[in-house]
Write a protein that binds this ligand. Sequence first.
Ligand code: AMP
Length: 238
Amino acid sequence: MSSTAAAVESDPDTAAKIIPGPILLLGAPGVGKGTQAKELVKLWGIPQISTGDLLRANVAQGTALGNAAKDIMQHGNLVPDSLVNEMVAVRLQQPDTSIGYILDGFPRTLPQASWLDDRLGTHPEVLPVVAVSLHVDYNQLLRRITGRRNCPVCQRIYNIYSNPPLKAGFCDVEGAALAQRSDDTEEVFAERIRAYDAQTAPVVEHYREQGRFAEVDGDGQIAAIAARIVAAVRQLRK
Ligand code: AMP
């Protein structure tokens, strides 16, 4: 059993009993949305839909969307809503989203949030969205971002400070050389935080006001944070 499953199972009501439905993981860059989304995928078998990952895949494949997004992303700014919404619309049509999904990094602006609200409003058969906002302090965000490395083969995420690989620079599982995202530098991080404060912080308030919202402490062991998120979702789905 994984450590997250163990942490969750110590609770009398297990994660497996929850029908997760659509879950939004909100929070600043580096707060751990991607890491936590992967834990929830393992527990619930629902897909992680990361707009950052989808955009990076488009950049790598040189699609029209990727070419439009590349420079914007490298500077830490936000890709236009219309492009991102269209990309999410296509992804949500996949059948693997039927019992739920985790949106990681979307919505990031109020227009994206109202687009999503409208879209979900036209699908009454789908459970209402629940939003979980992760929080850690600024210095930790900076360490998490600048220390972050990922395996280009299995996408496992490491951190050279808090979760280093056994052999520096290489994935424990694949042995592949670890990569660093080009926007994970201190300068680009500052711009991403500015974009977050100006455009994404109001999205957190939007969902807080709607209810079905929880704020979760993103500090601590990965499994312990995942267990907090599961507890919050269970509470919100009652
Ligand atoms: P992330 O991997 O979530 O940190 O996203 C990396 C970059 O992709 C961001 O800094 C933005 O440039 C872009 N991006 C990801 N998600 C969105 C979104 N929902 N809206 C606009 N831009 C996005």
